[in-house]
Design a binder for this molecule. Sequence first.
Ligand SMILES: Nc1ncnc2c1ncn2[C@@H]1O[C@H](COP(=O)(O)OP(=O)(O)OP(=O)(O)O)[C@@H](O)[C@H]1O
Ligand SMILES: [Mg+2]
Length: 253
Amino acid sequence: MKALSVTGLMKTFKEKSGDVHALGPVSLDVTQGSFLCVLGPTGCGKTTLLRTIAGLEIPDSGSIELMLGADGRQPVVGYVFQQGALFPWMSIHANVEFPLLARGNIDRITRRLRVGAILEMVGLSDFSSSYPHQLSGGMQQRAALARSLVTQPDILLLDEPFSSLDTRTSQDLQENLRNTWKEAATTVVFVTHSIEEAVYLAGEVVVLGHRPGRIVRRQVINLQDPRSRLSQEFTEYLVSLRRTFEELVEEPE
Ligand SMILES: Nc1ncnc2c1ncn2[C@@H]1O[C@H](COP(=O)(O)OP(=O)(O)OP(=O)(O)O)[C@@H](O)[C@H]1O
Ligand SMILES: [Mg+2]
């Protein structure tokens, strides 16, 4: 079953200095419960694609269809921004609780239980009353992840959430996210420019070429869990995708 269907999506930003054709056309179906990584060079339109799927940008043409939940309700979409975007004046608990409050129909006890459980899951229980500036970069990204998960989204969109972190922290969070995805059975679309991150996380990788981003390759990643970055199969995917990256050439507009 499909969770998300993107058809012929195109986006151009109109600037004083001229039009910037950022994306497309892109067509893409995402299977329910799958983990898709969108991989592409900087500036190729990855964020634009994700923001358009989330309804934060209006496309010039094409369509986006989010499938209804099992009981016919509108799907809940979670979004983790490229830059953390926590509210600096709110505690970590309040930040994570915010999307539940915004929904307006979730009682106080349920909110407290859900926030407590999700903070425990990302290892931040001891920091619930801290403020974002009191946390390390990695902890802030954990909190941003918790905030996106607390609504139990049907579709989770993540925009390079770990790219500003050191390798060790980034790898810890990748493992955490993959485990979370397996438990929560949600559909994930994860944007990155790191081939290694994509191979570690994804069930399938979609590669976009240089701007305007268009799909140049789709690659299923068939690796057992727990995934080892040192395994031969892992390295083979890495090398093969690296080759695709090296073959990308700037397309004249
Ligand atoms: N709001 C905007 N107004 C004008 N141009 C924009 C806007 N957002 C993005 N662009 C342009 O669209 C192109 C694609 O940008 P986008 O942020 O989607 O790339 P990206 O693949 O996410 O890059 P990165 O890997 O650096 O995050 C770029 O040329 C960028 O300058
Ligand atoms: Mg981006």
